[in-house]
Design a protein around this ligand. Structure first.
Ligand code: FMN
Length: 391
């Protein structure tokens, strides 16, 4: 399978086609997916969810111009797909956007939410950009000037003590006024830059969905996607019913891809699912996996790289632990994805492998988490030109 998106139609036509093909726009689910292999699996399970790349530093693209396929190539089936850039150097972000044009991404997003000290501490990457909205506005304008696709920002609701609703609004107001950015993906917890790990930064600061819904109220001309702690399709729909424009799902899509992604097309987009069983998904994935084995050089991707995205496919099913153990043991001997699956899938009962996703997603205990949110919104934001003047 070619990893390169070679014969793309012109960008605008492709984008319009996607809008027409995706019922219910704008209600995308964004799945943050860290690798091409995971995205390939995700796309076999849902045809409609938007897929995100892992953050790629603008500098990496600028310095690896002879090696761009390694970072930017994806198979055409992965559309709609969003490229996420990281960086704070306006010139490099502009160059990176330009370099990505040949690959045909559907949207370019700037990461203003990553709290990792590796990025936030050096060169003002990630979430520390929330403290520099004017720079973000300039960066977004430069990115937009070098691409034909929409540009978006992913951010948190604040950083350290800069966590008031008004400060969040000032950020959104300045960035959207100074650049063509019309869509923000909001991880609804602040980031703490004082040395806690990225994983703790996704767990310890409390979620404040009321900030997200207040943005929806106070910026009616902008679009906002809610992110953070959305763990089931029924919770996705609960967020949408409460007025969210879109929902981004992160960890739940890794931890339980079948239950999370399998219901997206029917329960969120209102179209039939692929109807595939997990056996059929794995058969198709195996063809992909064995075709890309070793193609990046130095034996990568290897069987382990390619099977890793599959390991949670049988979350909480009979035989799950046994399948993981067998797969782990088989990594050492098996030279192909096909042989590894043949060896390890014997642990999973046929009834699990051969049943398509069930009609209705289970409702979760926390689906009413948004029920009271409209009663606890912060006071309305009053923006004005003075915000821009002080930027
Ligand atoms: C392993 C891992 C890697 C992540 N990498 C990125 C990244 O590159 N860019 C980004 O914007 N967010 C990244 N995130 C954050 C997620 O996109 C999301 O904002 C966060 O996990 C909260 O959503 P969730 O509760 O649905 O997981 C990452 C999360 C995890 C668990």
């Amino acid at each position: 399978m070619s990893q390169r998106c070679s014969s793309s139609p012109p960008l605008l036509i492709r984008y319009l086609k996607q809008l027409l093909n995706s019922p219910g726009i704008p209600l995308p689910i964004f799945l943050h997916t860290s690798d091409n292999h995971y995205r390939t699996l995700a796309r076999l399970i849902t045809k409609h969810a938007w897929l995100y790349t892992e953050m790629i530093a603008a500098e990496t693209l600028v310095h690896q111009q002879t090696n761009l396929d390694r970072f930017l190539a994806f198979s055409p089936q992965q559309h709609p797909i969003v490229l996420q850039l990281g960086g704070s150097n306006v010139e490099n972000l502009a160059k990176a956007a330009k370099l990505s044009n040949a690959y045909g991404y559907d949207e370019i997003n700037l990461n203003c939410g990553c709290p990792s000290p590796k990025v936030a501490g050096h060169g003002c990457f990630g979430v520390s950009l929330m403290l520099k909205p004017k720079l973000v506005g300039e960066a977004m304008s430069a990115i937009a000037a070098n691409t034909d696709v929409p540009v978006t920002v992913k951010c948190r609701i604040g950083v350290d003590d800069h966590d008031s609703y008004d400060e969040l609004c000032d950020f959104v107001y300045k960035v959207s006024t100074l650049s063509p950015t019309r869509h923000f993906i909001v991880h609804s917890r602040k980031a703490l830059l004082g040395g806690i790990s990225p994983a703790d930064n996704r767990r310890i600061p409390p979620l404040k969905y009321e900030y997200y819904y207040a943005l929806v109220r106070d910026f009616p001309d902008l679009e906002f996607t809610i992110n953070g702690g959305i763990t089931s399709v029924s919770k996705v729909n609960a967020a949408l019913q409460e007025g969210a424009h879109g929902v981004m799902v992160g960890r739940a899509a890794y931890n339980n891809p079948w239950q999370m992604l399998g219901h997206v097309d029917t329960a969120v987009y209102g179209v039939p699912s692929s109807g595939l069983t997990r056996r059929q998904v794995l058969e198709q994935y195996q063809v992909y996996g064995d075709s890309v084995l070793g193609t990046h050089g130095n034996g990568r991707p290897n069987v382990r790289d390619l099977v890793k995205p599959l390991l949670n496919l049988f979350h909480s099913e009979n035989g799950n632990s046994m399948w993981k153990r067998r797969a782990d043991a088989a990594f050492k001997e098996c030279r192909s994805v096909g042989s590894l699956l043949e060896e390890s899938l014997r642990a999973i009962p046929d009834c699990v492998l051969d049943s398509p996703i069930c009609e209705t997603p289970e409702s979760g205990e926390e689906d009413d988490v948004f029920a009271n949110v409209q009663n606890v919104l912060p006071p309305r934001y009053e923006a004005g030109e003075q915000v821009i003047l002080c930027a």
